[in-house]
Design a binder for this molecule. Structure first.
Ligand SMILES: C[S@@+](CC[C@H](N)C(=O)[O-])C[C@H]1O[C@@H](n2cnc3c(N)ncnc32)[C@H](O)[C@@H]1O
Length: 515
């Protein structure tokens, strides 16, 4: 690779600096790749750089069903791509995947044919190219040349000519012009917003209903809130850390370069660097965890139990895999010498819980308190351990619509049928959790989805069917790092967090007390 090539390659730009709308307007000569069009693509770049090639490989693995957050780090490790190049590859893959709905409309327009008439491999090359042109600060000539080089390398010489033509067409307009162009024929405002922000229409509609249903927006400001929410799904989430109480401390995380969270009393954020390089995280004394998840675990631990439950505290995480919330809940239980059980139906995920709890398990032995990981169906526990627990967390399997910013491919994999398919299981797990709770005890029902069918409707359905449980206002237990109740939690008694309001995943939490 020549120095010139390397100079405009991946390492030149800091990661994540190419967000939509921030792109610097290049010089006119540079904007269009037309000045190079007389030069045959084969005479320009022959191979692209390893970073873009890794990004393409990740895109193909994602198309085959892989998860971006697992596939890409492995590829980067295998190819020894790190630092800024790793950041560049991450922005490329995450951005091209999240925004593929919008980019496909742009590519179809520039190519003059629908994307289902374009080979899937070539389409992924074009999505990566489109993101460099429209979503990152990559100069047009570099974006076009490198994408053509990538196409030649992985899609063949014939495809490279097509990619060259499409990329040149895309480079002729600014991102805003393209967005206006591809959305101008869409009359329904939610459908238009869904396309602008690259979301499936059903998700945009469900999130709109959730904003209204949870009291976070009214008829007059819902479009504004929905826009902010959908845009926040396209922004990379900050790296949030938790210091598991009694095992690590915020001081320890600060010493490792993290900054204390204003939001979570046990949280910190890592401005840059690899969280895996922090000793406390490697040891399982601290972890990467969304602050919303931290807050709801703290709320469940802080609320008051009564009667029999208060006399014999024993805690359960009914659906614990892979163990993020169990890690915090177990640490809090061990500090108070309260027995703790983490249950998970999947054997593999139960193993992950076991590993996640390694430091907690050692501490439990040290402090002579019980910590168990159970591999089994949570729906049985209500019967097997009837009334056996004082606090039960039911972090139910859900569509994850509240964590789309973390899972770039998730919005394209989920469908409205998934919501319906999970409805029965969510109700059964909540019922079992209630059965497993002693009189005066608490059940926390959580989802990382604000969808009304996975949240309020599940809880209100159960409340209609049972008279041995009542709702408790969860809001006073959601306090920030300085002890103040969090703002904008909704009308209660439920809590619904939002990325565009609180900076967390859109976690839902209901607190119920067993009579
Ligand atoms: C939302 S995830 C839990 C996330 C976890 N609390 C954490 O913070 O890492 C839901 C989990 O429930 C598990 N699950 C699904 N059906 C279950 C069942 N019938 N009993 C117990 N766990 C179940 C899934 O395998 C998944 O690991």
């Amino acid at each position: 690779m020549s120095d010139e090539r390397r100079g405009r390659g991946a390492g030149e730009r800091p990661p994540g600096d190419g967000r939509r709308g921030e792109r610097q307007r290049p010089q006119a000569r540079e904007r269009s790749a037309g000045h190079r069009s007389e030069q045959r693509p084969s005479e320009r770049a022959r191979r692209t750089d390893p970073t873009r090639l890794a990004a393409y490989t990740a895109m193909r693995e994602i198309a085959e069903g892989a998860y971006a957050n697992l596939a890409l780090p492995k590829l980067l490790r295998d190819k020894r791509i790190s630092g800024r190049d790793a950041g560049f590859a991450t922005e490329l893959v995450y951005g091209a995947t999240r925004l593929s709905g919008l980019y496909d409309a742009v590519i179809a327009s520039a190519a003059g044919r629908p994307v289902d008439k374009i080979d899937a491999n070539v389409l992924d090359t074009l999505r990566l190219g489109a993101h460099q042109l429209l979503g990152m600060r990559v100069p047009s000539h570099a974006a076009v040349d490198e994408t053509v080089a990538l196409a030649r390398q992985v899609n063949g010489a014939g495809a490279a000519g097509f990619v060259n033509a499409v990329m040149r067409r895309i480079s002729e307009r600014e991102p805003e012009e393209w967005t206006d162009l591809v959305t101008e024929g869409v009359s329904d405002p939610v459908e238009r917003l869904a396309l602008r922000t690259s979301h499936p229409v059903w998700i945009a509609k469900a999130l709109r209903a959730a904003l209204i249903g949870h009291g976070a927006a009214g008829p007059t400001d819902v479009e504004e809130s929905l826009t902010a929410l959908l845009e926040s799904d396209n922004a990379p989430a900050k790296v949030s850390l938790v210091a598991r109480p009694g095992l690590s401390s915020l001081d320890e995380l600060e010493d490792a370069g993290a900054e204390r969270s204003g939001l979570s009393p046990v949280g910190a954020t890592l401005p840059d660097g690899d969280p895996g390089a922090i000793a406390a995280i490697r040891d399982g004394r601290a972890a990467v965890q969304d602050e919303g998840s931290q807050l709801l675990v703290l709320a469940l631990a802080a609320a008051e139990t009564q009667g029999a439950a208060a006399e014999h505290e024993r805690w359960l995480d009914l659906c614990a895999g892979p163990g993020g919330k169990a890690g915090l809940l177990a640490a809090l239980a061990i500090e108070r010498r309260i027995p703790f059980v983490a249950n998970e139906i999947s054997e593999h995920r139960a193993d992950l819980v076991w590993q996640t709890l390694a430091a907690a398990r050692a501490e439990a032995v040290e402090r002579d308190t019980s910590l168990k990981v159970r591999h089994g169906d949570g729906r049985d526990l209500g019967e097997v351990e009837h009334g056996g627990f004082s606090r039960v967390l039911v972090d139910a399997p859900c569509t994850g619509l509240g964590a789309l910013r973390r899972r770039p491919e998730a919005r394209w994999r989920r469908g409205p049928d998934d919501v319906a398919a999970l409805a029965g299981l969510q109700r059964e797990l909540l019922s079992s959790g209630i059965e497993a709770t002693a009189a005066g005890g608490l059940v926390g029902y959580a989802t990382c989805s604000p969808h009304l069918n996975e949240t309020r409707f599940v809880v209100s359905d159960i409340l209609k069917r049972r008279d041995d449980v009542e709702l408790v206002d969860a809001r006073p237990h959601f306090v920030d790092a300085s002890g103040r109740e969090l703002p904008a939690l909704g009308e209660g008694p439920y809590v619904q967090l939002w990325p565009h309001v609180h900076g967390t995943d859109a976690m839902f939490f209901a607190l119920l007390r067993k009579r």
